[in-house]
Design a protein around this ligand. Structure first.
Ligand code: HEC
Ligand code: HEC
Length: 318
């Protein structure tokens, strides 16, 4: 009996030592790396595509990479990451060859935006956007914009500040977060005159669903409609002071969603960031001034067709 207890104690000690070694290994090792881009790709770089890319990136990239002091995408501290994720800085993505992404090929950019794998093979944690479902043409537009002479991406020699992701982020990047696969076929744009199809595309690819469903952790980025509490709000992004900003229920539920909103009311709120008789919409929600009436209206038309979910979300007030 005594002997069994002795062996058991020894076994537990060995397990603890192994666990400590594994944890120390994860804590001390970088975020994992994967195979790099192995295909040829050249974006179209036409003026029309560049303009379209500028518009898309003002909605999808600027919130993190734009630096107010330089007026360009030179990056800076990301204040709205949860404190237990560590400190995160966004890098300089202007065309600077040394400090920016001047040396990246179009294929490397496409690969990063689709899969989350950077030029050097390292996986980019979830605080960097990934666009696994966006149409090829829209990605082509974003890449054309990044390589253009547009003022916000002109080369500027601002060095990156190193991020210090927490142990938890590093561990999750080993066990939970994995890169997305490159799609095996082209992803076509939906028919933009079909308001429901176009609205769904925008609601998914402008990341509305990602903030407006139950939780980032239970979102399904490959099949957004399967996300927990799809569009029923209650997710908890942070404001720049690190306070929770509950997201609104955008399902057509009459009492707790936007079922009683008119199309006009929705378009105005979305594009101007205003709410009748209330304080305007606050960060991280932005005023989508760049969306056309047709785009904003299509999102509304689509949202009116999704399942209504009863979920009362009180607006965060500070
Ligand atoms: C929520 C914040 C956020 C958004 C939105 C975002 N990024 Fe990033 N991005 C980051 C962070 C943080 C990193 C650094 C990731 C890392 O450390 O691996 C990064 C890395 C990058 C890199 C790699 C640069 C390098 O030098 O390693 C590129 C390129 C990039 N982002 C482009 C974009 C584009 C294009 C968009 C819009 C489609 C975008 N990002 C949207 C936060 C963001
Ligand atoms: C980064 C997270 C985030 C993204 C992306 C986002 N939202 Fe929001 N949204 C919020 C938050 C947070 C609020 C609440 C803001 C407040 O209380 O001031 C909000 C509020 C709203 C409201 C007001 C609803 C109400 O009941 O008051 C509408 C409408 C809305 N968002 C639509 C959209 C659409 C459409 C998109 C995509 C084009 C989108 N949002 C993308 C976070 C986000």
């Amino acid at each position: 009996m005594k002997r069994t207890i002795k062996y058991l104690g020894l076994l537990i000690l060995v397990i603890l030592i192994i666990l400590a070694i594994v944890l120390a290994y994860i804590g001390g090792s970088p975020i994992p790396s994967y195979a790099t881009a192995d295909f040829e790709y050249e974006a179209s770089h036409t003026p029309g595509m560049i303009a379209r890319g500028a518009k898309l990136s003002s909605m999808l990239c600027s919130s993190c990479h734009m630096n107010r002091e330089t007026g360009r995408l030179t990056g800076g501290p990301m204040k709205d990451v949860p404190p237990d994720w560590g400190t995160v800085y966004t890098p300089n993505i202007t065309r600077d060859d040394i400090y920016g992404i001047g040396e990246w090929t179009d294929a490397e950019l496409l690969y990063l935006l689709r899969t989350g794998i950077k030029k050097d093979g390292q996986y980019s944690p979830p605080y960097m956007a990934k666009l696994p479902k966006m149409a090829d043409d829209d990605l082509d537009a974003i890449i054309s914009f990044l390589r253009s002479d547009h003022i916000s991406v002109q080369a500027q020699a601002v060095p990156d500040q190193p991020s210090d992701p927490s142990f938890m982020v590093k561990m999750l990047c080993r066990i939970a977060f994995k890169p997305f696969d490159m799609p095996d076929a082209r992803i076509e744009m939906p028919d933009t005159s079909n308001r429901l199809e176009f609205g769904e595309y925008l609601a998914h690819n402008l990341e509305c669903f990602s903030c407006h469903s139950a939780d980032f952790a239970t979102n399904n980025y490959l099949e957004p409609t399967l996300s927990k509490g799809y569009f029923a709000g209650g997710n908890k992004p942070l404001d720049p002071e690190g306070r929770i900003m509950l997201t609104s229920n955008l399902t057509p539920h009459k009492e707790t969603g936007i079922g009683n909103w008119t199309r006009r009311q929705f378009i105005n709120t979305l594009r101007l960031g205003i709410k009748e008789g209330e304080e305007g919409l606050r960060f991280p929600m932005m005023a989508y001034t760049m969306l056309t009436e047709h785009e904003a209206g299509s999102i509304y038309d689509y949202l009116m067709t999704i399942p209504a979910i009863e979920n009362k979300v009180e607006r965060s007030v500070y």
